[in-house]
Design a protein around this ligand. Structure first.
Ligand code: BTN
Length: 261
């Protein structure tokens, strides 16, 4: 079946939680849902766009969102969480995506701390969680945005990303997007129900491609070599620098490159 609401609902188990809308094109599904979340839209609203003219990534980057080959969607969440714990949403989503890719395509997907999902040495998915704060303490809402390269564009990926981007499926079998989206939403809902119990974190760590690897830590354009020792139960990266000093890194403004990838 073509990529459609009907096709997604046929596969989806957690229908009671989600309210899905598909549109042809928008600027950024995250921007649209942030705006409706501020006006009171309920948790579980999902906006899927076939293309985005201003898809956004972490750290102010663009997210290339070409029509017909991707899966670009956002979800409104209203968890009772402190802002520092919104990392749990991103990491639960990365785990849900990696697991869904395996379930639907059979391919092993790995997570690059904190928000990227890779198949082999290529990035197939990026995740961006943006939140609004209530009473200066807890989150009012969070918008979870997920962008996946489902298929290879006919003329290849744009020059800027062609060396790093890959796709989940080798062939453009359209119905696969219904299955993949439904699995991601179902997997995510399973983790989200008990998010603060952090039961998914073990799985997140086991899917990491950073642990046990030499990495470059990039913070405010400064690069430092380090060895990744592990990830703690708050999803912070634990590294050891060549000086022997240990670092416990929260995602904020930090990104990493993995030397072997
Ligand atoms: C990253 O790679 O740094 C994160 C990319 C997140 C992209 C998704 S696509 C759907 C949603 N809308 C956006 O503008 N961004 C997210």
């Amino acid at each position: 079946m073509n990529f459609s609401l009907e096709g997604i609902l046929k596969e989806l188990k957690s229908k009671d939680f989600y309210n899905i809308e598909i549109i042809r094109s928008t600027t950024s599904t995250n921007d649209v849902l942030k705006s409706v979340a501020k006006q009171g839209e309920l948790e579980g609203k999902v906006l899927v766009a076939l293309s985005q003219s201003n898809g956004k990534g972490r750290l102010g980057r663009n997210f290339f969102s070409q029509e017909t080959t991707g899966l670009y969607f956002s979800v409104i969440l209203r968890p009772i969480l402190l802002p520092k714990d919104s990392i749990l949403i991103t990491t639960a989503a990365a785990t849900a995506v990696a697991k869904a890719i395996k379930e639907v395509s059979g391919k092993n997907a790995k997570i690059k701390w904190v928000n990227d999902v890779f198949v082999g040495s290529k990035k197939v998915c990026g995740i961006l969680t943006e939140a609004g704060i209530k009473n200066e303490k807890y989150l009012d809402y969070a918008v979870l945005g997920i962008g996946i390269n489902a298929f290879y564009p006919e003329n290849g990926f744009k020059n800027e990303i062609k060396d790093i981007a890959g796709a989940v499926f080798d062939n453009n079998a359209d119905g696969m997007r219904n299955k993949l989206l439904a699995k991601i939403l179902d997997n995510f809902y399973d983790y989200y129900k008990n998010l603060t119990k952090k039961e998914y974190v073990k799985e997140y760590i086991s899917l990491s491609c950073a642990v046990g690897e030499e990495v470059t830590v990039i913070s405010n354009s400064v690069e430092k070599d380090a060895f990744c020792i592990g990830i703690d139960d708050e999803c912070r990266l634990i590294v050891k620098y060549p000086s022997g000093e240990k670092g416990v890194l929260s995602s904020g403004e930090i990104s990493i490159k993995i030397k072997s990838v």
